[in-house]
Design a binder for this molecule. Structure first.
Ligand code: GCB
Length: 587
């Protein structure tokens, strides 16, 4: 029995984290952000590493930021005077000695509040992996999932004047997380996307979904309070101004219209304004239709072949953080390659990516990190995965560029996985019936066919295959394709090989640029003859950090990039692919 009066009780209490598991921030707490004014909390925050979880064990978060002369008992952390790091940012890159740090860290920041609005929320763009928010010494909420945004309402706890905000971020790799402890990218930690305060009126617009469905614009609105009122939807360029009655906090409308449809060649966006009571949100929205018909994919009724490339959110200097320039360069490289699609692997990328893709005309495959050997039988793991999926969908469902929700990557075809991922596919379809569902699947090794029980739940079968690299015999690809009758479109969601930029040699020699280029030429020559293959999305645009790769060619990087990690040096394969992608794809 732990005696609460014993000053050393915490040394013996291994249930110390139980009190900080709930409440949870999840997809239900997301708030539409379009056009809102926010108070940025980006910039310097104090940061303390906490490998042993002392902050929770000893409840150090409750210590007020008083000067040492006023301390009544000794302290182990001095988080309000700790060294400063920049938010957004990954702690791994803030100090050379923190590169490999996996554990918890405390971010501390003061802010002023004068009670300007009735409601105040904190928005965190992303924190990898678990984030616990404390305001003025009090625990408010936990969020799980390293790549999606979350909101915490501060209204009841914020003070007039100075406030003390602490966020504990923890990035341990664990078997029950999504992703689990084994994955092929770098485990960055920290508050690596923007942090904002969001002041709101008493009644505010929580959610806006707008889509092009059955020849009309459909609008769904959710309001924070279950009030009866009116919302006004305007799309000035289409001459639309429509009042929509709200009942129990929800409103729906179907508006007849003839917009110019969005496509990569004609990325037309319309300004949308929604007003309700004192609140107003805006968005720039494209209208388009994406469906599957037999083994074909149709965009606005026309067959489309997906010429894409996978990309990680990784940068030598920024890590998993990104910048407008970094995102624009990614898009420019994809366009230069001749792509009409980017696969944003293997987790939700920064939300600006989809806004830019909308604007420049690039299709997106977005996904959640249900990667490899997830703990499929664990209900808590499922809840975490489903929440990440619903947060991603809620965040990006007004982006015309997003055509595919990916529910997993290279997961062995077991019963537990089938149950887990078919539920995810259903959840995605319920949340958003206007897009296609896919997953990057594996080959059935028994029958040597493109065959996966999950395929029945998918619109497109993604296939990761590495013939020419992990499986050197390229003729097996031909055999696989001849053997298979998938009955729906198949997209090669990954393929390729490693090459160290500048390392040249015969096309038979591994890790040379020539070998990598040859793999892509051979792959395309074979795949182009197969009518049900409706896309080629090779692995990967840039070399990226991963601790799993340590040969003399890799040194901590996956070298399947068409461009080196400097994001400038193009390998031979880039040019070979650009040439192939420039040719019209018949069929
Ligand atoms: C895969 C994974 C991807 C890896 C890639 C590789 O199949 O989906 O995350 O990084 O292979 O390089 O082996």
């Amino acid at each position: 029995m732990i005696d609460p009066l014993d000053p050393f009780a915490h040394l013996h209490d291994e249930s110390y984290a139980d009190a900080y598991e709930t409440p949870r921030a999840d997809h239900r707490g997301l708030i539409a952000m379009g056009g809102r004014s926010r108070i940025s909390l980006n910039g310097p925050w104090h940061f303390t590493r906490d490998l042993f979880d002392e902050g929770l064990r000893q409840k150090l978060f409750a210590d007020p930021p008083t000067p040492p002369a006023e301390w009544r008992k000794p302290r182990d952390f001095d988080e309000w005077a700790a060294e400063e790091i920049t938010v957004p940012g990954c702690w791994n890159l803030a100090r050379p000695e923190w590169l490999m740090f996996e554990g918890a860290g405390w971010y501390a920041r003061r802010f002023d509040w004068q009670g300007e609005t009735p409601r105040l929320f904190l928005r965190v763009g992303a924190a990898n992996y678990a984030a616990r928010v404390f305001l003025n010494g009090r625990f408010l909420t936990l969020h799980l999932g390293g790549s999606t945004p979350f909101f915490v309402e501060l209204s009841a706890h914020v003070r007039r004047g100075e406030n003390h905000l602490l966020i504990q971020v923890e990035n341990r790799r664990r078997p029950d997380r999504v992703p689990m402890h084994h994955f092929d990218w770098f485990n960055y930690g920290g508050l690596y996307r923007e942090v904002d305060l969001l002041p709101l009126p008493a009644v505010f617009l929580r959610d806006l979904r707008i889509a092009w469905c059955d020849g009309a614009i459909t609008v769904e609105i959710a309001v924070s309070n279950p009030i009866a009122a009116m919302a006004r939807v305007s799309i000035p360029e289409l001459g639309i101004v429509q009042d929509v009655p709200i009942a129990n906090g929800h409103a729906n409308a179907k508006i007849a219209a003839h917009p110019d449809l969005w496509s990569p060649d004609t990325p037309h966006l319309y300004d949308v304004v929604v007003e309700c009571d004192e609140d107003r949100i805006t968005d720039r929205v494209g209208f388009r239709e994406i469906v599957v018909c037999g083994e074909d994919i149709l965009l606005n009724g026309t067959s489309i072949y997906l010429r894409g490339v996978c990309v990680h959110e990784d940068d030598v200097e920024l890590g998993k953080s990104t910048s407008e320039a970094d995102l624009r360069r990614r898009v420019a490289h994809a366009k230069e390659l001749g792509c009409n699609l980017l696969r944003l692997a293997h987790y939700p990328h920064h939300e600006r990516m989809a806004e830019i893709a909308d604007e420049v005309g690039l299709l997106l495959w977005e996904e959640i990190p249900v990667y490899w050997a997830i703990d499929f039988a664990n209900p808590a793991t499922y809840a975490d995965a489903e929440n990440q999926l619903l947060e991603l969908i809620a965040r990006d469902r007004n982006r015309a560029s997003v055509i595919i929700w990916g529910v997993g990557n290279e997961n062995a075809d077991t019963n537990a996985r089938f149950f887990f991922m078919s539920r995810l596919a259903e959840a995605a379809r319920r949340a958003d019936p206007t897009r296609l569902i896919s997953a990057a699947c594996l080959i059935n090794r028994q029958t040597f066919k493109i065959e996966d029980r999950l395929a029945d739940c998918l619109d497109i079968v993604g296939l990761n295959e590495y013939f020419g690299w992990y499986e050197p015999d390229m003729s097996l690809l031909e055999r696989l394709l001849t053997n298979s009758r998938p009955g729906k479109p198949v997209v090669i969601s990954e393929t390729g090989g490693d090459a160290l930029a500048g390392h040249h040699g015969p096309a038979t020699e591994l890790f040379t640029e020539e070998k990598q280029a040859d793999i892509h030429s051979q792959q395309l020559a074979i795949l182009d003859r197969v009518p049900y293959v409706r896309g080629y999305i090779p692995w990967v645009l840039y070399d990226y950090r991963t601790e799993r790769r340590q040969t003399r060619f890799q040194r901590g990087y996956n070298r399947k990039g068409l461009i080196a990690e400097d994001k400038a040096t193009k390998k031979l394969a880039f040019h070979v692919l650009a040439e192939q992608f420039a040719k019209p794809h018949d069929g």
